[in-house]
Design a protein around this ligand. Structure first.
Ligand code: BT5
Length: 324
């Protein structure tokens, strides 16, 4: 059923500039014309706009922007990511659901998406503004066969994926601010929160939280982030299809994750460096122990940030904030 509908969407997408008859579709899908018609009705319920003209056939005029389990799974380009998918209209935080599901044994690649989060979380218990239908608020449960100290690599991988999606879909030029911010024109458009449950030598599970501001206007951004945050709409003046961007992000993530598992971190490191923010420049950096001025040099294979202190010494940081 699901794969028939996926195929149907694929056929409609390929033929979006012309009409395709019910008979052609029934032959291509190996189902009756009545069954084709029933699938069309289901698609329409989920926001696909399909024009049907007798003797000519069907043509899709609008893909849905509405986010639902159906619209995310139909037309999805992933093999394993998001096959278990939970969509909430409103929830405290998708991270909390991700942890609950992980503890209950949900499979690797489970995705939780919300239209609005009432208690979106950043790192160190900071707040993450997640307004209704204005962005991507989602968590991915992963069960990687990695050592706990490799977890930061997943954060960096996710940042390159988000930067890639933004660049390829919108043509904008994102940067990545170590470790977990994606910026456009020096303002934060996306943040990543990586949480995990681990034993000394094994990650039990990770919950990777991704927040991307999509359709906020300057007026609708919360006051405390107006000066520091942005959205794809603010930067491009275009309203974006959130469903499409979620699917795109999942497809890119799956590909990047699989190649990370096969080929290791090197290709991601190079890509990360191509997006890196302020590399080579002097910045203020705050760690738990100190606040200092240092030059950003790059990242290590394990994801640590390499800085050059004012006395010329190099240092690797695993937890720090680069100040604005
Ligand atoms: C982050 O923390 O950037 C991680 C954000 C992760 C959000 C996702 S959404 C899905 C999942 N469910 C959750 O509950 N969380 C994850 P951090 O680096 O600590 O940045 C937090 C800081 O970013 C805040 O203190 C604000 O200054 C700023 N901020 C808050 N909301 C923002 C927004 N929507 N856009 C840009 N900046 C924001």
């Amino acid at each position: 059923m699901e794969s028939t509908r996926n195929l149907l969407i694929e056929i409609l997408e390929k033929n979006k500039n012309n009409y395709i008859s019910g008979e052609q579709m029934s032959k291509m899908l190996g189902i009756s014309r009545t069954a084709v018609w029933k699938h069309m009705k289901e698609l329409q319920k989920d926001g696909y706009e399909i024009e049907g003209i007798s003797k000519k056939g069907y043509k899709i005029t609008q893909f849905p922007s509405k986010v639902s389990v159906n619209t995310l799974q139909w037309g999805s380009k992933t093999k394993w990511l998001g096959k278990t998918l939970i969509h909430k209209h409103s929830t405290g935080s998708t991270q909390i659901i991700g942890h609950q599901l992980a503890v209950e044994g949900t499979p690797h690649g489970t995705v939780v998406v919300a239209d609005v989060q009432t208690e979106g979380k950043g790192r160190f218990d900071r707040k993450w503004h997640s307004s209704n239908n204005k962005g991507i608020w989602m968590s991915i449960v992963l069960r990687p066969n990695l050592l706990p100290n490799q977890a930061p690599q997943i954060t960096l991988l996710a940042a390159t994926v988000i930067a890639d999606v933004i660049k390829s879909k919108t043509g904008l030029s994102p940067n990545i601010k170590w470790p977990n911010d994606v910026l456009i024109n020096n303002k934060k458009v996306s943040g990543i929160l990586t949480e995990m449950q681990a034993e000394q030598d094994r990650i039990q599970y990770m919950v990777l939280g991704i927040g991307i501001n999509i359709n906020q206007s300057v007026e609708t951004l919360a006051n405390d982030i107006k000066a520091s945050a942005t959205s794809l709409r603010i930067e491009s003046t275009i309203e974006w299809n959130i469903r499409d961007l979620i699917q795109e992000t999942l497809a890119h993530f799956e590909q990047a994750y699989d190649s990370f598992i096969d080929e290791g971190f090197s290709p991601i490191k190079s890509k990360w460096e191509s997006y890196a923010y302020m590399i080579g420049q002097s910045v203020r950096i705050k760690t738990f122990k100190k606040e200092t001025t240092a030059q950003l040099i790059g990242i290590k294979e394990d994801g640590a940030l390499i800085i050059k202190n004012e006395d010329g010494s190099h240092e690797s940081l695993y937890s720090a904030e680069i100040q604005w």
